[in-house]
Design a binder for this molecule. Structure first.
Ligand SMILES: [Mg+2]
Length: 227
């Protein structure tokens, strides 16, 4: 390999309230409740995101572990099927107008497009395939040989510094220069990943991230209302 070979940048995207206008964890909890089957997992996950700013990463990992434990023995095919139904009914039309434009801009520059989200692998795969992203990095739930969930997740949680961990590993495997890359997100919890990349992009941010972005001089974009 020539030493002059330059690794190329990638564009990483958060999902909830970034590519899509909704928080899909909340929406999923509501969706399941309407059907009378709000699971412990979705309830905890939704509660978790609601109270997030008051929790440390360790607490989040603990709560997440308990939530995933409730899914032990469920088959991945069943979760994929439920998620697909939910995705087509509630998520597919929530893509933000600005997201489509920015995805295309990066596609035109041959930047790999990578979803980087705390969502499930089922949701992430559907989102990546629907909006034509090249890959997805998310939480993974190990299964046994037959595809039944073991009730665990692959650490570290794909959240906060866990997103950096996954993005870095992916970048190394794909000859991508993470430090020259882009990352788009709405959430203060994504500060670690925003600080790693050269092009942090803050999208319809929560108040805490807005303040952080203003202090650092990061661009703030509104993706909710472009034509
Ligand atoms: Mg988000």
């Amino acid at each position: 390999m020539s030493s002059e070979h330059k690794a190329q940048p990638a564009a990483f995207f958060d999902l909830d309230r970034t590519l899509i206008s909704i928080n899909s964890a909340f929406t999923y909890a509501r969706y399941e409740r309407r059907r009378g089957r709000l699971s412990l997992f979705t309830f905890l996950r939704a509660s978790l995101w609601m109270g997030l700013y008051h929790l440390s990463i360790v607490d989040i990992e603990k709560a997440f572990a308990r939530a995933v434990e409730a899914y032990r023995g469920v088959h991945t095919d069943e979760l994929m099927k439920l998620t697909r139904q939910f995705f087509h009914e509630e998520v597919i039309n929530t893509i933000q107008p600005g997201a489509r434009q920015v995805l295309q801009t990066h596609r035109d520059q041959n930047h790999p497009l990578v979803l980087l989200t705390a969502s499930s692998p089922y949701m992430s795969k559907l989102a990546a395939q629907t909006w034509d992203l090249d890959d997805w990095l998310c939480n993974q739930f190990p299964t046994d040989d037959q595809g039944f969930l073991r009730g665990t997740f692959e650490p570290p949680l794909c959240y906060g510094p866990g997103k950096v961990h996954r993005a870095r590993r992916w970048a190394e495997q794909n000859q991508i220069d993470l430090e020259e890359s882009y990352f788009y997100t709405d959430s203060f919890s994504d500060l670690p990943m925003l600080e790693v990349v050269r092009y942090p992009r803050v999208i319809n941010p929560d108040p805490r991230l807005r303040r952080a972005a203003i202090r650092r001089g990061w661009p703030i974009e509104d993706w909710s209302d472009r034509s």
